[in-house]
Write a protein that binds this ligand. Structure first.
Ligand code: HAM
Length: 423
């Protein structure tokens, strides 16, 4: 047997345990999100956590997510696989595999893995909620998708959020723009630091969101995407902006917004939480990825979606003091001073009748059991002592109000609790 470690095991760097009440808060956030998008006809999809590595390489072989952050490994059968760093690629792979009727409107929630340098709001294991739609080219869909993200923030009470939108143009526009940006930075390479020169080589567009002060001059003077948009892409982007105005979703056009993944075409967007520090204030993002289905072996299909970072949304909620964690606890705590059988049977009966009930195991004095009752958050304590047992009764004590305690017949106690809880 392997010996016990010198130090107790801990979760891996960048990975966290989510304990109550935070775990309930996350579940509530996902439920609010689901309710918001299901109102618009989206249905849940649950793709696997692991895919063939090739599925994710389409996110861009020059992106950090693919080159530096992927948890990839050889499976036992020799297949090269990876833990998903996001859900879009897997969802589009599922679309290509199952040929659902279009438009295919889906939502998801789940954990993703990126081997990033951990800091507050940036983890190696993190959760997203999001939507994807396949099979629609209409710019009004872009508006629907963006408005749904906006509504999801409203659903949890987040207010200090800004929406940045941009268009990267069609495939060819983006390529021409990429070249112009590369030429621009090449001409000014003497101004760039070593890290920026490396980025320039790999992925020139990424330099546009360089935060390095020495790059600022060259970034400010870089060519602007709007000069490279085809008439069709420009008209699409206009219609998206008109739609956002019509739905009163405030936005800023951000011509340097390029996003970290390579599959984007035309509309791209990002949500920034002003209550968070700049390093992790992107609480969500998305856009069109019209070529992705084809890249994954399917027929050409338009696609658009977004993902919101659950961890960061909750940090933003903390910063805005909204959507607090609530430790609900149980309704009833049974205090049994007669050996435990009464607590065993009564909690079972209460739970079968839909009442949240708990008890203490191993007996203990009245005082220590009442302490457990208080800690449980229960509204009522049900006391069973020798006297109650002999009389076929239970004493009901209100732990929050100051009503006097009262004896209730054992057979009627479940109905009495329902009555007092108003359930
Ligand atoms: P993304 O911008 O890579 O896009 O991630 C979306 C959001 O996930 C980010 O804005 C952030 O809130 C959160 N996030 C990303 N990495 C981390 C991390 N290491 N720790 C905590 N939160 C993180 C995508 O993933 C695309 N799949 C979005 C999309 C969907 N595009 C089209 N459809």
């Amino acid at each position: 047997m392997t010996p016990a470690p010198d130090q107790p095991f801990r979760a891996l760097t960048g990975m966290r345990d989510v304990l109550a009440p935070e775990s309930a808060r996350r579940r509530a956030l996902v439920a609010r999100f689901a309710a918001t998008v299901e109102l618009a006809g989206y249905r849940e999809v649950q793709p696997p956590l692991v895919e063939e590595l090739g599925v994710f390489l389409r996110m861009g072989e020059a992106t950090d997510v693919v080159t530096k952050e992927m948890y990839d490994f050889e499976d036992r059968d020799g297949t090269r696989v990876a833990l998903r760093p996001e859900l879009t690629a897997g969802v589009v792979r599922a679309f290509v595999q199952h040929h659902p009727t279009t438009p295919w409107k889906v939502w998801y929630s789940g954990t993703n893995f990126r081997h990033e340098r951990p800091q507050r709001g940036r983890y190696r294991s993190f959760e997203q909620v999001g939507v994807e739609v396949l099979g629609v080219d209409d710019p009004d869909l872009d508006v629907e998708v963006i408005a749904l993200a906006w509504a999801s923030f409203a659903a949890i009470g987040l207010r200090q959020v800004r929406l940045l939108v941009n268009s990267l143009g069609e495939h060819e526009d983006r390529d021409r723009y990429n070249e112009a940006v590369r030429d621009h930075f090449l001409a000014r390479r003497s101004e760039l630091g070593e890290a920026s020169l490396a980025t320039l080589k790999r992925n020139p567009l990424r330099l546009l969101d360089s935060k390095r002060p020495e790059d600022a001059g060259a970034v400010a003077a870089a060519p602007r995407i709007e000069d490279f948009l085809s008439p069709a892409a420009a008209a699409h982007f206009e219609r998206v902006q008109d739609g956002l105005r019509a739905l009163e979703v405030p936005f800023e056009v951000a011509p340097r917004l390029v996003r970290g993944l390579d599959y984007y075409r035309r509309t791209t967007f990002e949500f920034v939480a002003d209550a968070l520090d700049a390093a992790q204030n992107a609480i969500g993002g998305g856009g069109r990825y019209d070529g992705l289905a084809e890249d994954l072996g399917g027929s050409p299909t338009d696609g658009i979606g977004f993902a919101l970072g659950v961890d960061r949304m909750l940090l933003a909620c903390d910063a805005e003091a909204v959507f607090p964690a609530q430790d609900e606890g149980v309704d009833v705590f049974v205090v049994d001073l007669t050996g435990g059988a009464a607590a065993r049977d009564l909690t079972h009966e209460l739970r079968s009748a839909g009442v949240a009930a708990d008890r203490r195991f191993g007996g203990g004095s009245m005082k220590s059991q009442m302490k457990s009752a208080d800690r449980s958050g229960a509204r009522f304590a049900l006391l069973v002592g020798e006297d109650e047992l002999a009389a076929g009764q239970v004493t009901v004590r209100d732990l929050r109000g100051d009503a006097p305690q009262s004896g209730v017949a054992r057979d009627e106690v479940v109905a009495e609790i329902h009555r007092r809880l108003g359930t």
